[in-house]
Design a protein around this ligand. Structure first.
Ligand SMILES: *Cc1c(COP(=O)(O)O)cnc(C)c1O
Length: 378
């Protein structure tokens, strides 16, 4: 099965009980048993719900793993993955991971004795140097937010295997349509499904896929024990979003390429960050491990003042946090998503006051470019 076909026919594509072509919303908490223990695979909806199960089968199929798991948010999914570890264990993470991941590791899980170190995971020597006897996993995000840094998944997964560590990949930015970390050797892949997988700015959810029966068993135990599951209604919306992921990502890719070309040629734009550019420092790795470069672009307009001017004039790009939806979004990371990072640290990472991030949607690209043009002229 090719990729778009799998998005439509993967998982459980219709309801075996009724033939309904969309999988129904089983809005139910418990299930009648024909005698004690005599059930049809479902006992209680925290443990398993048919609609959530249909979604979990779908994400499992499209990421190519052994089992899928759905959570009430990306952060609930990430936290549950960390619950595979014990007090005294150590995890190495990409230095510019999603802010919420940094926060949960350094303000919550640290209190439970899970240690973390943040490094540039695209630099193999640095990565090797921070592995300790108690290290249990390498957690990477690629490409990252907002500077679109790329880590070689295959290289990190090989290093992980050599050292008996799990390799975990946050695949939110690339989506399984463009990038499949498990095929590159990773053990666990996860998503904020709030973004491209849902795709319509109407669901908050997280998804996890593991690559072995042992991990599937251990992780189902964590999911059922900690209970941060996704409800049936949101599972339904997420299945619906995933079915159109292919056409959306193809259209987003085309729009993004055109916008990148426009921005690069514009005299008021200093620098464009996009893994699809040949001048991107990790372009070759991005090209090797992903089939597309995604719809996130960051660019520098030189100053906070210029960024503010641009934002005040822009019409079709909605000023908002989040990403990956059908509508184009715009943000200034230094003032929004990354405001909680100390200014000094932001400067170190290269997140300047004039850095603007856009998440390209599926509007007509002519309108998007015209809009950027008039806003940049101001
Ligand atoms: C949004 C996001 C998360 C967190 O997901 P929520 O659904 O908001 O909890 C994690 N990782 C990345 C890369 C994200 O963009």
């Amino acid at each position: 099965m090719k990729r778009k076909t799998k998005l439509i026919h993967g998982g459980i594509s219709n309801d075996p009980a009724t033939g309904a072509v969309t999988f129904p919303i089983y809005q139910v908490s418990t299930y009648k048993q024909e005698g004690i223990g005599g059930h049809k695979g479902f006992e209680y909806s925290r443990t398993g719900n048919p609609t959530r199960h249909a979604l979990e089968e779908l994400i499992k199929d499209i990421e190519g793993g052994t089992a899928g798991f759905a959570f009430g948010s990306g952060m609930a999914a990430i936290t549950a993955v960390m619950m595979l570890f014990n007090s005294g264990d150590h995890v190495v993470l990409t230095d510019d991971v999603y802010g919420g991941t940094f926060r949960v590791m350094t303000k919550v899980l640290n209190r439970l004795g899970i240690e973390s170190t943040f490094v540039d995971t695209s630099d193999l020597e640095t990565l090797k140097s921070v592995i300790r006897p108690n290290t249990k996993a390498i957690y990477i995000e690629t490409p990252t937010n907002p500077l679109l840094k790329v880590t070689d998944i295959e290289v990190v997964a090989a290093l992980g295997k050599e050292n008996g560590l799990l390799t975990i990949v946050d695949n939110t930015f690339s989506t399984p349509y463009w990038q499949n970390p498990l095929e590159l050797g990773a053990d666990i892949v996860l998503h904020s499904a709030t973004k491209y997988l849902g795709g319509h700015s109407d669901v908050v959810a997280g998804l996890v896929v593991v690559n072995s029966d042992k991990l599937a068993e251990d992780f189902h135990f964590v999911q059922n024990s900690t209970g941060g599951i996704l409800g049936p209604q949101d599972s339904f919306y997420l299945i619906r979003g995933i079915r159109t992921l292919g056409v959306r990502m193809e259209e987003i890719e085309r729009n993004t390429e055109a916008i990148v070309e426009f921005l690069q040629a514009h005299p008021k734009v200093d620098k464009v960050f996009y893994p699809g550019l040949e001048t991107h420092p990790n372009h070759d790795i991005a090209k090797k491990q992903a089939r597309g470069f995604g719809g996130m672009i960051s660019f520098d307009v030189g100053s906070e003042e210029n960024a503010n001017k641009l934002l005040s004039k822009i019409k079709y790009f909605t000023l908002a946090e989040s990403l990956g939806a059908i509508e184009s979004l715009i943000s200034v990371p230094a003032k929004m998503t990354h405001a909680s990072i100390p200014a000094e640290r932001r400067a170190e990472l290269g997140i300047t006051e004039g850095l603007v991030r856009i998440s390209v949607g599926i509007e007509d690209v002519e309108d998007l470019i015209e809009d950027l043009e008039q806003a940049l002229e101001s």
